[in-house]
Design a protein around this ligand. Structure first.
Ligand code: FES
Length: 112
């Protein structure tokens, strides 16, 4: 198992997201992490509709209201906690969720 330090939890504003590019032995992995109070959820940055990145600006993954993750290409909406698509062309599909470990009460580590 490989582990990669992402950032500190407090570096992600509450109910917002931050994107990361990680170099792995299998190539570059694009992902983002969403903070919900003390919880952090991470997903591969790939829309299930066309397989492209969700954001068109760095760290811009959220809907205007901040209630969902939103794809910038065709507007699909995903739940924050499960990455489940609830509206849009990939409705019923999900983002690829990734495992995050919290260490020392603030450090976010990606486990692959
Ligand atoms: S590429 Fe994401 S909704 Fe179409």
């Amino acid at each position: 198992m490989s582990q990669y330090f992402l950032c500190n939890r407090h570096d992600i504003p509450n109910y917002q997201a931050r994107g990361f590019d990680i170099e792995t032995p299998d190539g570059k992995l694009e992902l983002f992490a969403v903070r919900l109070d003390d919880e952090v959820h991470a997903y591969q940055n790939q829309c299930p509709h066309l397989g492209i990145a969700l954001n068109w600006q760095p760290d811009e993954f959220m809907s205007l209201e901040g209630t969902h993750i939103q794809c910038s290409t065709h507007g699909a909406l995903f739940t924050l906690e499960q990455g489940h698509c609830v509206a849009g062309p990939c409705s019923g599909q999900s983002l690829n969720s990734l495992t995050i470990e919290l260490r020392n009460n603030d450090e976010l580590w990606l486990k692959l």
